[in-house]
Design a protein around this ligand. Structure first.
Ligand code: MSP
Length: 681
């Protein structure tokens, strides 16, 4: 995994302190945190920078409106960003503020270099000229006439009037770097992704690059231009410089030398809104100043709601504080990175958040961990069982378990490499899909191998141990590979495996690290299921909530809900019903996601079933025929429109269909995989 140790320096944009943090800010910051964690996990050296962009006219105006100093306003909002990152478990290496002294000194050093710089064709890179144009004070930038909305010369982003301004400014001769930029970008020396963003940037170059003004009159809250103290440096030059000033560019500090000048990769994560500044202005400025340039830029997609851009005016903002409080940091991080491909725009919905949480975290991962650990507690005295190398075969499961053995055998059948490669490409949903397909395979393996049956046969103890050892190892590796996105849950899985609550490290990627005989830690639920309407606090670590309150289907009689139907003669002709009567019964395919015995009853088992659009709790009388563990993952047929009934005090919202053989219930299932919720006709 660590053939050559590489150094990655990676940054988020620095966020404006105009307002409190926004979910888009959280999106980039979580993504970068996941990337840098995954790079460290793979054995590389990674440094994560984030921070705040604090200068400019907007801040001047807001501080004035609030009746406080600019610095005080910036201090308050910057503190909110830091607090939020703590809540999201973001592990940045440095937080830079453009009001930091180290930044000011760094910007001035860069400025000196630019003042002395010559373009490739020998002209001064900086020159004095008159700038005239439509200026949007909110964007702090001039707009091309064609961009303005009419009537009223409105800024297309802020929908407020732009002002016609003329000023004597210093300019940066961007036009002289057109050829250099085009070549670098075309050849991927500066690797811009997704491809669509690269093409967009090449399109801008194709239209011809214009010089831009690099100093501003009228603004006081900024870094004064030494030669012209009534001007401040253009906010974008001030802001972009943070990427080097934070490392101590001003003093040629060791961090600057190691993580910027000496890094194998200098990567900026950005929103698609700031591509032009990062992919054109910034590399050209650095090149002119004789400073190493970025090697990679990635433009993330935008989150929308109801298909619209998030905006306070529209009232469709997503509060990142509420989001992290809803189901805890792991759930929010997982959802944001799993739901869509990182470079694409996507629409946020609360329903999708809860559905992903329940399906992927509570069901798939939560069940795997609890089933694996519970079986080891039960069958192996709560200690890591002995290793057994031969594949475990059982009934029709032979092929599958061989596949399973190699999938989870050293060195994890390539799964680890694949997941890490997806992370490296910022393909978070791909990395998580890889890990979750493995989780699915492992859950399936439990159903097929039936360890509870092996446990009944003492001659198969070695098989049982071997299977459970592999399963625990697989669970451990799942925790390792998911740790960049769900660090808290991973550490908790480690604790349950008896490894101590800690972050996985590179050596943990190796197969077979669990030592037989190690006592497991305390088994606790990882992600208790939640209902759409419930308000759940921090990380949902403590207790499970009551079943789906939205499920209002209807009492089944005790007999009906107990499901196992004894053989009776087929209905005689006279008692037949017509199709309209049958149509009243709503039969649906459902998937069992959790099962547990009901205390005090031999027959009854409480099931949670996935009906596609909702989850139901159903009580079925099949406990004498099926172990709860063997039920999870099965597809069944459910009478979905029965009125609710209570059995042994437990509410049941439907009836599971089963036949019977020698007095034992036999579940009705499907011949091929049918999606939960599918109507059975
Ligand atoms: N201060 C500048 C950046 C200077 S970097 C040298 C700035 N700040 S910002 O506060 O407006 O943050 C912009 C970034 O926030 C975007 O580039 C993007 O990373 C993120 N997002 C803001 N809204 C977003 C969405 N709705 N969706 C996804 N990310 C978005 O621009």
């Amino acid at each position: 995994m660590t053939a050559t140790k590489r150094t990655l320096y990676a940054t988020t944009p620095i966020y404006y302190v105009n307002d409190v943090p926004h979910v888009g800010h959280a999106y980039t910051t979580i993504a970068l945190d996941a990337l840098t964690r995954s790079r460290r996990l793979a054995g590389h050296d990674a440094f994560m920078l984030t921070g705040t962009d604090e200068h400019g006219q907007n801040i001047e105006r807001i501080a004035r409106e609030r009746g406080i100093s600019e610095q005080q306003h910036c201090d308050e909002i910057a503190a909110k960003f830091r607090e939020l990152w703590t809540r999201y478990d973001i592990r940045y290496d440095r937080f830079i503020r453009t009001t930091d002294e180290i930044h000011r000194r760094g910007v001035l050093k860069l400025w000196e270099k630019l003042r002395a710089a010559k373009t490739p064709d020998g002209q001064d890179a900086i020159y004095s000229g008159t700038y005239a144009g439509w200026y949007c004070p909110r964007c702090e930038g001039y707009k091309d006439e064609e961009e303005l909305r009419q009537p009223g010369n409105l800024c297309p982003d802020h929908e407020r009037p732009c002002e016609w301004l003329e000023e004597q400014n210093l300019f940066f001769r961007l036009s002289a770097y057109e050829g250099w930029l085009r070549e670098r970008i075309e050849k991927d020396v500066l690797r811009i992704r997704p491809e669509s963003r690269k093409n967009e940037v090449l399109g801008v170059i194709q239209q011809g690059l214009k010089d831009f003004s690099i100093s501003r009159a009228r603004v006081k809250w900024g870094i004064p231009v030494p030669e012209q103290p009534d001007h401040v440096l253009y906010v974008w030059v001030d802001a972009l410089s943070n990427y080097i000033t934070a490392l101590g560019f001003a003093d040629d500090a060791p961090d600057y030398k190691h993580y910027w000048a000496g890094a194998d990769e200098r990567l900026h994560l950005i929103g698609k809104d700031i591509i032009r500044f990062h992919c054109l202005y910034w590399p050209a400025i650095l090149y002119a100043a004789g400073v190493p340039v970025p090697t990679r830029e990635f433009g993330q997609g935008f989150i929308t709601r109801d298909g619209r851009r998030l905006s306070k005016t529209t009232g469709n903002v997503i509060d990142p504080v509420a989001l992290v409080e809803r189901l805890g940091p792991d759930a929010a991080r997982y959802f944001l990175l799993r739901e869509a491909s990182y470079g694409s725009d996507w629409d946020f919905t609360e329903a999708a958040f809860v559905a992903r949480y329940n399906a992927d975290l509570a069901n798939d991962l939560g069940n795997l961990v609890s089933r694996a650990l519970t079986m080891v507690a039960r069958y192996c005295d709560g200690k890591v069982p002995g290793r057994w190398q031969a594949p475990v075969s059982r009934g029709g499961a032979a092929d599958f378990t061989e596949g399973f053995a190699s999938a989870v055998g050293a060195p994890a059948g390539g799964r680890a490499d694949k997941a890490l490669a997806h992370y490296e490409e910022l393909d978070f949903s791909g990395a998580l899909a890889e890990v979750w397909s493995w989780i699915g395979q492992l859950n399936q393996a439990i159903v097929l191998v039936e360890p509870w049956s092996l446990a009944k046969d003492s001659a198969r103890k070695a098989d049982l141990d071997g299977f459970l050892y592999r399963l625990l190892e697989a669970v451990r590796l799942v925790a390792v590979l998911a740790s960049p996105v769900i660090p808290r849950a991973s550490a908790r899985i480690f604790a349950m495996l008896g490894l101590g609550e800690r972050e996985p490290v590179t050596a943990d990627l190796e197969w077979g690290r669990l030592e037989p005989g190690t006592p497991l830690g305390t088994i606790a639920p990882l992600f208790p299921r939640v209902d759409k309407t419930q308000d759940v606090k921090e990380n949902a670590v403590s207790e499970s909530k009551p079943p789906n309150a939205e499920t209002t289907a209807a009492p089944a009689s005790a007999g009906a809900a107990s499901a196992a139907v004894s053989p009776t003669p087929a209905t005689a002709g006279g008692d037949r019903i017509d199709i309209a009567e049958f149509a009243k019964v709503e039969l649906r395919a459902a998937k069992i996601t959790a099962a547990e015995k009901i205390a005090g009853s031999k027959k009854l088992v409480k099931l949670q079933v996935d009906l596609g659009s909702e989850t139901r709790q159903v009580v079925a009388g099949i406990a004498e025929s099926y172990e709860p563990d063997a039920l999870v993952g099965r597809s069944i047929v459910l009478v979905a429109n029965l009125k609710p009934a209570k059995l042994m005090g437990v509410e049941s919202n439907g009836m599971v269909l089963a036949g019977s053989l020698d007095g034992k219930a036999v579940l009705c299932t499907f011949d091929a995989a049918v999606a939960p919720g599918t109507k059975v006709k």
